[in-house]
Design a protein around this ligand. Structure first.
Ligand code: ADP
Ligand code: AMP
Length: 219
């Protein structure tokens, strides 16, 4: 099953993708995570992306498209895409690349949540610099405050999770990314709307029940 998870920043894409990847035994490909690894490694790609990410703007399509197509080719088996595509141009190029490989996306999960719920999710997000696990200071606390449950590393706050940058990321979502949902609907793809305003477990249950149906249809 090849899937895409769409939704504004802070909708819970990364959190839910990890659970989807475990349940359906597929890879989790996050464009944001790949960019952060490139930045930490100081690569040319990471350096090019830096100023865009820090200011809450989208990294240019040309950079992202080749990076993600490369990641998809290297992935073992099927996958869920997290954070990509984020523009209609990226969606078109993704379609072209999949068609050339004789592959297709079977479903798009669209996490719906209003802007006013998002700020608190993002400013309270903490992540492990070692393994990438994501927590929240209120909604998903680690067992020991500010320490990763898995490897004991001190958790960090992303530099783009400040109120100012969050506002710019939401603006970019509405101006450039929201239209991707309409792009797929217009192409007759199964867009599965999920109300992501509730708690993490509730959202997971809703996604799983809908994806189980899709899974039984596509085999
Ligand atoms: P995204 O990948 O869409 O930017 P994340 O999955 O990283 O979002 O979630 C952002 C933050 O909100 C994290 O700290 C996460 O623990 C928390 N979170 C995710 N889903 C929910 C939810 N349904 N309710 C409350 N907090 C959530
Ligand atoms: P995320 O981890 O998904 O919140 O992404 C963090 C940042 O990485 C975004 O604010 C963008 O600057 C950049 N980014 C991630 N994915 C994309 C994409 N598909 N297109 C453009 N920029 C992206």
């Amino acid at each position: 099953m090849r899937l895409i998870l769409l939704g504004p920043p802070g909708a819970g894409k990364g959190t839910q993708c990890k659970r989807i990847a475990d349940r359906y035994e597929i890879a989790h490909l996050s464009s944001g995570d790949i960019l952060r690894v490139e930045r930490a490694a100081g690569s040319e790609l990471g350096q090019k992306a830096q100023s865009y990410m820090d200011s809450g703007r989208l990294v240019p399509d040309g950079i992202i498209i080749s990076m993600m197509i490369d990641a998809m080719k290297k992935a073992v088996g099927e996958y869920v895409l997290d954070g990509f595509p984020r523009t209609v141009v990226q969606a078109e190029e993704l379609d072209k690349s999949l068609a050339e490989a004789g592959e297709e996306i079977v479903g798009i999960v669209n996490l719906r949540v209003s802007d006013d719920r998002i700020a608190g999710r993002l400013t309270g997000r903490r992540s492990c610099p070692q393994c990438g696990a994501v927590y929240h200071i209120e909604n998903l606390k680690p067992r020991v405050e500010n320490i990763c449950d898995r490897d004991g590393e001190a958790l960090v706050q992303r530099a783009d999770d400040t109120p100012e940058v969050v506002a710019d990321r939401l603006k970019a979502y509405h101006e450039q990314t929201a239209a991707v949902v309409g792009y797929y609907e217009g192409r007759g793809k199964a867009v599965i709307d999920v109300d992501a305003a509730g708690g993490i477990e509730e959202v997971t249950a809703s996604i799983f029940s809908k994806l189980d149906v899709l899974c039984s249809q596509v085999g």
